[in-house]
Design a protein. Structure first.
Length: 109
DNA sequence: GTACTGACCAGAT
DNA sequence: CATCTGGCCAGTA
């Protein structure tokens, strides 16, 4: 048993908390969420945490996109469709390449 | 231990 | 625009 036996406790909750702060109609990137959660350079960890979210979670996971403004899920997945639909329902617009113009929709804390 | 794989990213080419 | 590279970090085989 040592300190590296477990990943730091509370990080997951911290990430959830940060995502919960993203206002409706805005998005944040994985890197942005990582930084705000005290995980600089931890974008991948954020992605992993999102992939492990419980099924009925109330966390607005759909408001997290990649640094290119795209949805980081397979286009043929139900999750992709769900994320895009939720964002569009909040007024977020996708361009012909399936990307959000972050200049317009990125959350600025 | 190595190797590979991801809901990632910035910079270089 | 497309690709590649190196960085990042966990989980899996």
């Amino acid at each position: 048993m040592n300190e590296s036996t477990f990943s730091e406790p509370g990080i997951k909750e911290q990430v959830w908390q940060v995502i919960a702060l993203i206002p409706k109609g805005y998005v944040a990137t994985y890197g942005q969420v990582a930084d705000l959660s005290g995980l600089p350079g931890g974008a991948r960890r954020v992605g992993r945490i999102l992939s492990l979210l419980p099924k009925g979670t109330r966390i607005p996971w759909h408001r997290v996109v990649n640094a290119s403004g795209g949805i980081s899920l397979p286009q043929d997945s139900g999750s992709y469709v769900a994320q895009r639909a939720r964002l569009e329902r909040e007024g977020i617009v996708f361009n012909s390449s399936g990307r959000i113009v972050l200049r317009n929709f990125r959350w600025r804390p």
